[in-house]
Design a protein around this ligand. Structure first.
Ligand code: NAD
Length: 510
């Protein structure tokens, strides 16, 4: 195992504190408490109290006040970027683009559009014209957000901002691997002069997440692994708390014979190695049609070989550190097993010597669908490539997975691309591009199959953070409805005739 493995895992063995470490160096950079259940419950109670007043603030005013958070974030972006680099091992460009800008843009976007998205929605009734309905959106109360470590700022804070705009209070339980970034986010929130108790951060390991669900929240937004997601779903089910689950991915990239191979290769390299491959949307398997397979592999290897890897805090690099030592072990296991079963290492294939958590950007060829590297989430800088006879075989393999978060299709034929995309079971399919729709606040982020339930982002995601309530009212006042008491046989006969007229065989078809 070696010294590298002590990063993060050693610190997790201590009892009541969690030491956060720089994954590129192994140095301790801060310490947070592992908060017990009673502190989690107290945080929920404070958020609930503050939420009552917040829900009474008109939506437009809430949006106006939350915009201040984007201003503070951009003014203090350097602090966030520096911490993301040090605590998560990312490069500054990734920290800026995928953490800071994503949240600033999402904040501005929803502050502008939430009043329209959450406006009452009329439902004209097709039969009972003397009545009408509408939906209105009511804050749920306190949203519990449980977050992973791979996007420690943008994932939870995007969800925090949307929850607050919707009129909720929030208690966030960040990952124990990256707690300092969540605390920094709260510092910015306070600097934006938003109600202090409305947004709380509780730090801790899994037990703090259990306590959060147990502590009386009204909705849970969970992002993390499938295994934990199942436990969260069960705990929420037990308490009848609705939840959104954003879980693992195994995104396939289908490269058609007519693809622009230069673009496809660059996209796959970025999609496989950005954030050291620790992205739920990472390109996790490539299906290349045989006629272009060798050419594509050459281009992928050439682009990947040019990548510079290292501690992004001290030098200009393309690929930073991995964030969690167990994840490096996982990647090593999957690569070694693939090689033992016949995969060829076209590039990389090994963990880098310490200090720090680094696995070489790796390209594997001769992969087969039955290998774990093609079936299990890798969550590291590894691109396994498989040659397929044609697009039909590629689509069949793409769908042969228990996961369905993202998928990618590369082709020059836009119509064919859409037709293929629609046949892949994934929450999002991108054509000729990878990853970036997480940065589009207007598009939904969601998985099918074991990749999750519900969605974040988009108008749908914002409405999910509210209770959708239905009001039905009279447009025209009439003394009574025909179906009320008393029940008369004559009413029954008339109702039957009318019902047959309305729902039976159309008279022109008789
Ligand atoms: P994880 O499931 O180990 O942990 C996620 C969070 O759950 C952490 O805060 C953890 O402390 C907490 N937790 C652990 N046990 C819990 C329990 N029993 N009850 C409640 N909370 C508990 O996941 P991770 O390793 O932090 O994140 C990596 C995983 O997240 C990958 O599978 C990745 O694909 C997935 N992910 C998905 C998305 C998405 O949008 N679908 C985004 C990012 C990451």
């Amino acid at each position: 195992m070696g010294a590298v493995h002590s990063v993060h895992s050693a610190s997790l063995s201590r009892a009541s504190t969690i030491v956060s470490e720089n994954p590129a160096t192994g140095e301790a950079i801060g310490e947070v408490p592992d908060q017990p259940a009673e502190e989690v419950r107290a945080a929920i109670a404070r958020a609930r109290e503050a939420q009552r007043a917040w829900a009474a603030v008109p939506l437009a005013e809430r949006c106006q006040r939350i915009e201040r958070f984007a201003e503070v974030l951009m003014a203090r972006a350097d602090e966030v970027i520096e911490l993301v680099v040090r605590e998560a091992g990312k490069t500054p460009i990734e920290a800026l683009a995928t953490e800071v800008v994503v949240v600033a843009d999402l904040t501005r976007y929803f502050c502008k559009h939430a009043p329209a998205v959450l406006a009452p929605e009329p439902i004209p009734l097709h039969l009972l014209k003397h009545r009408a309905s509408y939906l209105h959106y009511v804050p749920r109360g306190v949203i519990g957000i449980i977050a992973p470590w791979n996007f420690p700022f943008s994932i939870p804070i995007g969800e925090v901002v949307m929850s607050l705009i919707a009129g909720n209070g929030v208690v966030l339980k960040p990952s124990e691997i990256t707690p300092l970034i969540a605390l920094k986010a709260r510092e910015l929130y306070l600097a934006a002069e938003l109600p202090p108790d409305l947004f709380q951060v509780v730090t801790g390991r899994g037990a703090a997440g259990v306590a959060l669900i147990d502590g009386g929240i009204d909705y849970c937004v969970f992002t993390g692994s499938v295994a934990t997601g199942r436990k969260v779903a069960a705990a929420c089910g037990e308490r009848l708390i609705p939840c959104t689950l954003e879980l693992g991915g195994k995104a396939p990239a289908v490269v058609c014979a007519d693809a622009d191979l230069d673009r496809a290769a660059q996209a796959i390299v970025w999609g496989g190695f950005a954030n050291s491959g620790q992205v739920c949307a990472s390109v996790e398997r490539v299906y290349a049609v045989a006629s272009i397979h060798d050419q594509l592999v050459d281009k992928i290897v050439a682009h990947a070989r040019a990548l510079r890897q290292g501690d992004a805090a001290v030098s200009e690099v393309d690929v930073g550190a991995m964030t969690w030592d167990r994840q490096v072990d996982n990647v090593e296991r999957l690569v070694d097993a693939a090689v033992a079963h016949g995969a060829q290492v076209a590039l990389g294939g090994k963990r880098s010597p310490g200090p720090g958590l680094f696995f070489q950007p790796t390209v594997l060829t001769s992969c087969r669908q039955d290998m774990d590297v093609m079936r299990k989430e890798i969550f590291g800088p590894v691109i396994p490539i498989m040659s397929v006879a044609d697009e039909e075989e590629a689509i069949r393999h793409a769908n042969d997975s228990h996961l369905g978060l993202l998928a990618y299709v590369f082709t020059r034929d836009r119509a064919r691309g859409k037709a293929l995309a629609e046949r892949i079971a994934a929450g999002t399919v991108m054509i000729n591009d990878v990853l970036h729709t997480y940065g589009c606040p207007e598009t939904p982020w969601s998985g099918v199959k074991s990749s999750g339930i519900g969605r974040t982002h988009s108008a749908h995601g914002l409405r999910d953070l509210c209770e959708t309530r239905h009001v039905n009212y009279d447009r025209i006042a009439i003394p009574r409805e025909v179906w009320w008491y008393p029940y008369r046989n004559t009413t029954f006969q008339t109702a039957l005739r009318v019902a047959r007229l309305l729902f039976g065989k159309r008279f022109w078809k008789r």
